[in-house]
Design a protein around this ligand. Structure first.
Ligand code: GLU
Length: 419
């Protein structure tokens, strides 16, 4: 049975790069009917914080990447780790610090080579002579990352270690320990890094890195998951728009790229807009409970971020709209005035019947104004839109007329005529 783990250190908020690592583990497990577990590596007592652990847990939950088992806290395994230090000491594979501190050193094989069985990079060969004996217990009595990670991965039955390639230099050291402890070697998959547009490692300088910031900015978890899956992996059928279930079906390590990927915010935004379009109206409504359903329906396809919704809905509810000088000039033309007057005269007639009937009547009214005036469509549509919204583009005019309601339409036409 395939068993993988995501092993974040809670020394910061859940980072977008870590989420990609978690996601690849999750997808690999699901694809093969295996298990995905979470281990919080909270052994650095100075830098670990419970609020970071909370952020990691809630972020994974939000993204739909929850662990199959309750998370394991590495700090709770301290006694176990220390027992294995004693074991290696007893077997002569490790020795105490010659200077008398509580530190313990592990004897690294003096010669030969170590090969990392890596499913992404192929076999990576290291010369053992390039490694010094390793500290496994520090002088403060705590065990080192490389030691704890090997013990935990082996004792938790982890079969595949999928993590960022920045860990490659640790892997031979970990392999020495697997061998010395008599544990079977797992498979490794070191996945490429995520870089900013300037090709340096993705960091704050490139914009938001914490998942919470993306959530606050109005990104959907579906978009983040879809986007991150494509950062360093391509599906066999080349599709771009996939939900988590489809990703689980398609993902495997053989199509993970060997080279680094560049984080492309525009592509993430594009995917977010697609996901918003594909959301059912009910789902969107539950994310924006304060907005009117009919308004949501009309603005839905124009959203890039969820946070655009209240912004775009505003034109329907604003008490007063302000025109720019340039807009005022457009509203003052004789043709615009004629359009506004015609609309003023007949507008009352559209507000009865079902909402669909009202939309139809509104459309007929607009069409009749085009016909009666003999103006080009643009000469009718454009000034009307400006008069009603003070904007260049937005929802169709029939929606504006109906959803603004009689009072607001009249008020705004009056405003426009007063320019
Ligand atoms: N806690 C380590 C990290 O966050 C885990 C590395 C690993 O996956 O082995 O970098």
């Amino acid at each position: 049975m395939i068993r993988v783990r995501f092993a974040p250190s809670p020394t910061g908020n859940l980072h977008i790069g870590s989420v990609r690592t978690a996601l690849f583990n999750y997808l690999f497990a699901r694809h093969h009917g295996g298990q995905f577990v979470l281990r919080i590596e909270d052994t650095d007592l100075e830098r670990s914080r419970p609020e970071y652990t909370a952020d990691i847990l809630s972020g994974l939950d939000w993204l739909g990447l929850a662990s199959d088992e309750p998370p394991v806290y590495q700090s709770s395994r301290r006694e176990l780790h220390l027992e294995y230090v004693e074991k290696l000491l007893k077997e002569g594979r490790a020795y105490p610090d010659p200077e008398g501190s509580p530190a313990v050193f592990f004897r690294v094989p003096a010669d030969g080579a170590t090969v990392i069985p890596d499913l992404v990079k192929g076999g990576i060969v290291f010369q053992n002579k390039d490694f010094k004996d390793q500290v496994i217990r520090k002088s403060d009595g705590s065990v080192t990352y490389n030691f704890a990670v090997v013990l935990d991965d082996a004792l938790m039955g982890i079969t595949h270690i999928i993590r960022g390639e920045d860990h490659i230099s640790n892997t031979p050291k970990q392999i020495f320990l697997y061998n010395a402890l008599g544990f079977a070697l797992p498979q490794f998959a070191h996945i490429p890094m995520i870089l900013g547009t300037d090709r340096s490692k993705l960091s704050k300088r490139h914009g938001a890195t914490s998942i919470n910031e993306y959530k606050k900015d109005g990104f959907l978890p579906e978009a983040i998951v879809n986007y991150l899956a494509l950062l360093g992996w391509t599906p066999p059928d080349g599709s771009e728009l996939m939900n988590l279930t489809e990703l689980c079906q398609k993902f495997d390590l053989d199509r993970v790229s060997k080279s680094n990927s560049i984080f492309d915010l525009e592509k993430l935004r594009w995917l977010n807009a697609q996901k918003l379009k594909n959301l059912s109206l009910e789902a969107l409504q539950s994310l924006c409970p304060e907005l009117n359903t009919e308004i949501l329906k009309v603005i839905k396809d124009d959203l890039v971020l969820l946070t655009d919704a209240p912004e775009k809905a505003k034109i329907f509810t604003l008490h007063k709209i302000e025109y720019t000088d340039e807009q005022k000039a457009e509203l003052k033309t004789a043709s615009a005035r004629q359009v506004f007057r015609e609309l003023q005269e007949k507008i009352d007639s559209i507000y009865n019947g079902s909402i669909e009937e009202q939309y139809n009547k509104a459309q007929e009214l607009i069409d009749s104004i085009v016909k009666n005036t003999g103006f080009k469509k643009g000469q009718v549509f454009h000034p009307l839109r400006v008069a009603l919204t003070a904007q260049k583009s937005g929802p169709g005019l029939k929606f504006l007329l109906v959803l603004l309601g009689k009072e607001k339409v009249k008020e705004r036409l009056q405003n426009a005529l007063g320019c």
